[in-house]
Design a protein. Structure first.
Length: 133
């Protein structure tokens, strides 16, 4: 896997991975794209979210909507790594089996999600599964 990260102007960079789908990264000053540390949380959500959807599909658990809300705290000193992350998995649907939702999240967080595994090296990660009306 390779990614080209090319300076554009100011503190703005264009990141292009092997897939060819580019992402603009920027600072608060330029504000034309997400900050690098925000993309880490985006990657976490994408990784675990894809796992959960795949697992629930195999379990034959249909849902109307699914999203995650991720909050993180960073260390006060450089390199200001994430120290605490809370991932709220929120599902909407009729008669959703909470035990299967929790199992899908558990499999993702403990076995499949590589981003989660890397972040656990520096951060305490909490997960919460919720069914919303």
């Amino acid at each position: 896997m390779k990614v080209k990260v090319e300076w554009d102007s100011g503190l703005r960079f264009l990141a292009t991975p092997d897939s060819g789908h580019s992402v603009i990264l920027d600072s608060a000053e330029g504000d034309s794209g997400p900050r690098p540390m925000e993309t880490v949380l985006i990657a976490l959500g994408g990784c675990t979210g894809m796992d959960v959807v795949s697992i629930l599909k195999k379990m034959r658990v249909p849902f109307e909507a699914f999203w995650m809300e991720i909050e993180a705290e960073r260390a006060p000193t450089h390199p200001k790594v994430y120290t605490h992350i809370v991932v709220r998995y929120r599902f909407k649907g009729q008669d959703l089996p909470l035990d299967k939702l929790e199992r899908a999240v558990q499999l993702s967080t403990e076995k499949y999600c590589s981003v989660m595994a890397m972040l656990r090296c520096t951060a305490k990660i909490e997960t919460k599964v919720e069914i919303v009306p």
